[in-house]
Design a protein around this ligand. Structure first.
Ligand code: ATR
Length: 443
């Protein structure tokens, strides 16, 4: 990327915003299309949006995406609105046309584009929607605007569903109502936050849906929520939330730059972040599996699981205590059981403990579902990375020579992997970039 005096600034505003995947998506498209733009993230505190948008005008920032909690305020502050933004009451994309701020909402058409990619059309559907918040409103407008025959809004707080339904009924008469169930629906969308980083589901009556019902979740982390797994196990077609995330970005990109990224670029982007197969990171203690894993997960808006943390949580005690109580063999048994559970996840980044490779069956099992990526590094970096870390009983009190010896002993075990990446000269983020590029080449 060559930033110069002509580089056009773009970005995302939100609070917090450091975990946004938008810079990854947009900068990738900028690079792919060879444009002179640069996309970054701006943390904007609640209440600071008027000043932020004035700053956008003053600095000539060409475009901003808007995320939580500013979408409604951006709607109020823009000079012009597109039909989706006006209908939804929220703006996720602001384009600066010589000081005139145009507000768009690409969440709704992004959702529709994602359905289209899966061969699903909203037209004529008997749709049901779970949730009545901002996300639900965008999905509802998307579905109604694109010809859904009926839309039932189902929400924990019934009056919120009724309020949203009556508001939408004014624009889409006879097609939308609040409801208590989704019986017979042929399209069901979860737009509640349930399922995000927990094991709950907002719905379980899959056997009462219409035959061939398509079930969508706008939650993308984890990639397969408990809700989607239930639908899949009931034999229904499922669509996860990551596609909507990528398509809303692609549509915003076109508004910012005037260039449609094209199907091939969007597909590539999607393949890159989809993580159809989870990534499991192996390597010697202190090679940077957790740090690289966290970067990788952020770059894909994916779930990050540290296997050691997972074991500690399950056991309810720290690793040195587990070693003291049941010895290394007992710990390895627990580790194998945890790996067997984690191997079934899709769209996750899993950092394994340094010794997980000692049992070949652990890695063989992982390789059935995941890409096993080995991070290779040198003794110096291992010692630097683990200095002062007291949770690693096997490294305690070892000299560099003894560590090198242990690494050499483990070396043959690490060779059972799908990909090896040398991280001795790269920081975690650079290593994560290399892994993503190589995985993309493999698929
Ligand atoms: P957003 O703007 O992101 O959609 P929101 O306005 O807070 O966020 O809406 C969250 C939605 O998830 C709501 O429909 C909420 O239901 P309530 O209106 O009853 O609060 C729903 N939701 C959140 N947690 C839930 C839970 N544990 N069970 C059921 N619905 C839940």
């Amino acid at each position: 990327m060559n930033i110069n005096a002509k580089t056009v600034p773009l970005g995302v505003v939100g609070w917090p915003v450091t975990h946004s995947i938008s810079p990854e998506l947009h900068n990738r498209l900028i690079e792919k299309l060879g444009l002179n733009y640069f996309y970054s993230a701006y943390p904007v505190q609640p209440g600071a949006m008027p000043r932020a948008l004035d700053g956008m005008r003053a600095l000539g920032i060409r475009g901003l995406n808007v995320t939580i909690p500013h979408k409604e305020e951006a709607f109020r502050l823009c000079d012009r609105l597109d039909a989706y933004a006006a209908g939804i009451g929220a703006v996720n994309t602001v384009v600066n046309e010589n000081g005139c701020l145009r507000g768009y909402n690409t969440d709704a058409p992004g959702f529709i584009a994602c359905l289209r990619r899966e061969g699903v059309s909203a037209a004529g559907k008997k749709a049901a929607l779970l949730g009545a918040g901002g996300a639900a409103r965008a999905v509802a407008v998307g579905l109604l605007q694109n010809g859904a025959a009926e839309l039932r809004i189902i929400n924990r707080t019934r009056e919120r569903a009724e309020r949203l339904a009556s508001e939408l009924a004014a624009r889409f008469p006879g097609r939308v109502r609040a409801a208590a169930n989704a019986d017979g629906a042929d399209l069901l969308v979860n737009a509640t936050s349930v399922g995000m980083k927990n094991s709950e589901t907002p719905f379980a009556d899959f056997d009462r849906l219409g035959e061939g019902c398509v079930v969508c979740d706008i939650v993308y982390c984890p990639r397969e929520t408990v809700f989607l797994r239930g639908a899949r196990e009931a034999g229904l077609k499922t669509v996860g939330g990551i596609g909507m995330l990528v398509y809303q970005a692609a549509l915003a990109f076109e508004l910012f730059t005037g260039m449609a990224p094209g199907e091939e670029a969007v597909e590539e982007l999607l393949r890159r972040v989809e993580l159809k197969r989870s990534v499991a990171l192996t390597g010697f203690m202190g090679c940077g599996k957790s740090a690289v894993g966290r970067e990788l997960a952020q770059m894909c808006a994916a779930e990050f699981i540290d296997c050691d943390d997972y074991i500690v949580k399950k056991a309810g005690k720290p690793i040195p205590e587990i070693f003291a109580e049941v010895g290394e063999a007992g710990f390895r048994d627990m580790e194998s059981r945890c790996i067997a559970e984690l191997a079934g996840r899709s769209g996750a980044v899993i950092a394994l403990g340094g010794g997980a490779v000692l049992r070949r069956e652990n890695i063989d099992l992982l390789r059935e579902n995941c890409r096993v990526v080995r991070i290779k590094t040198d003794v110096g970096k291992v010692l630097r990375n683990t200095a002062g870390d007291r949770s690693r009983p096997l490294l305690r009190g070892k000299t560099p020579e003894q560590v090198a010896e242990l690494m050499a002993l483990r070396e043959p075990y690490y060779q059972n992997c799908d990909l090896t990446v040398d991280a001795s000269k790269t920081d975690p983020r650079e290593t994560a970039c290399i892994i993503l590029d190589k995985i993309a080449e493999m698929s």
